[in-house]
Write a protein that binds this ligand. Structure first.
Ligand SMILES: [Cu+2]
Length: 242
C-alpha cells in the first residue's frame, strides 16, 4: 500500500473518531442522575465510548479501504493475490494492544462496581419481588412482620439494599434514573445498593422480556425526603396493623 493511501486512512480515521466520540458524549443517553451510583456509571459509559469508537473506526476504515482499493477489477478474475506469510511483529502488536485495552477496562469496571456497591453503616433493606406482571416490595421490620406494598417509596440520602427475587420467570429490576439493574431470578436472591440523591418520581422498568405483559411491568419509584418517608412508613404500619 502506498503512503498516500495510508495518509488518507489516518486522516479519515482521526476525523471519524473525533466526530464519533463528540457525538457519543453529546447525546443524552440516560434520564436524570438520581443516585450516587449514577454519576460513576455515566463516567464509565463515557470512558467506554472514548475507547471503543476509535476501535470501531479503525476496523471500518480498513474494511472500506480494502473494498475500494483492492477490489477485483474486470479482467482480474483468474489473478491470484500475492502470497503472504505470517508477520510476527504485526501479530504481537495486534494481540498485545487489544489485551492491554481489555485488561484496563476490566480493572476499571470492576473498581467502579466495587465502589458503587459499598455497604453503608446504616443500610436499609427493601425486598423486591417480580411476578408476571408487577413488582411488589417488602420493608423488613425489626421484631415484626415486614411491611408489604405495591408502591416503592425510599428516602433520599439513604443507602438502600434491594434484595431482588422472582416468583415465576426471570425479570429485571431497573430504575433507569438510579442506573443499576439486576435480574430477578427464581430461586436466587440478588442484591444491589443504591443511594437516591434527588426527591421525585422515577420509572421502574422490567428489563428482561418476561411474557405477554412485560411492557406493562412499569411502576414508579417515589423518592421522598427522610421526614416524609418516615410519615409514609408510619401510615403503612398503621394500615397493616388494623
Ligand atoms: Cu419483564
Amino acid at each position: 500500500m502506498d503512503k498516500r493511501t495510508l495518509g488518507q486512512m489516518v486522516a479519515v480515521g482521526l476525523i471519524a473518531s473525533a466526530t464519533g466520540i463528540a457525538l457519543g458524549l453529546w447525546i443524552d443517553w440516560f434520564p436524570v442522575q438520581a443516585s450516587t451510583q449514577a454519576k460513576e456509571i455515566d463516567t464509565l459509559w463515557d470512558v467506554l465510548i472514548i475507547v471503543s469508537v476509535p476501535v470501531f473506526v479503525l476496523v471500518t476504515v480498513v474494511v472500506c479501504t480494502s473494498i475500494i482499493k483492492f477490489r477485483q477489477r474486470p479482467g482480474e478474475e483468474l489473478k491470484d493475490g500475492p502470497p503472504v506469510h505470517g508477520n510476527t511483529r504485526l501479530e504481537v502488536i495486534w494481540t498485545a494492544i487489544p489485551a492491554i485495552i481489555i485488561v484496563g477496562l476490566v480493572v476499571y469496571a470492576a473498581q467502579t462496581l466495587r465502589e458503587i456497591d459499598k455497604k453503608s453503616s446504616s443500610q436499609m433493606v427493601v425486598t423486591v419481588t417480580g411476578q408476571q406482571f408487577a413488582w411488589s416490595f417488602e420493608y423488613p421490620q425489626p421484631g415484626g412482620r415486614p411491611i408489604r406494598t405495591n408502591q416503592l417509596y425510599v428516602p433520599k440520602g439513604q443507602s438502600i439494599e434491594f434484595r431482588v427475587k422472582s416468583v415465576d420467570v426471570i425479570h429485571d429490576f431497573w430504575v433507569p434514573a438510579f442506573r443499576v439493574k439486576l435480574d430477578a431470578v427464581p430461586g436466587i436472591t440478588g442484591t444491589y445498593r443504591v443511594t437516591p440523591t434527588r426527591t421525585g418520581d422515577y420509572d421502574i422498568v422490567c428489563a428482561e422480556l418476561c411474557g405477554l405483559g412485560h411492557s406493562t411491568m412499569r411502576q414508579t419509584a417515589h423518592v421522598l425526603s427522610k421526614p416524609r418517608f418516615d410519615k409514609w412508613m408510619a401510615a403503612q404500619k398503621k394500615g397493616q396493623a388494623s
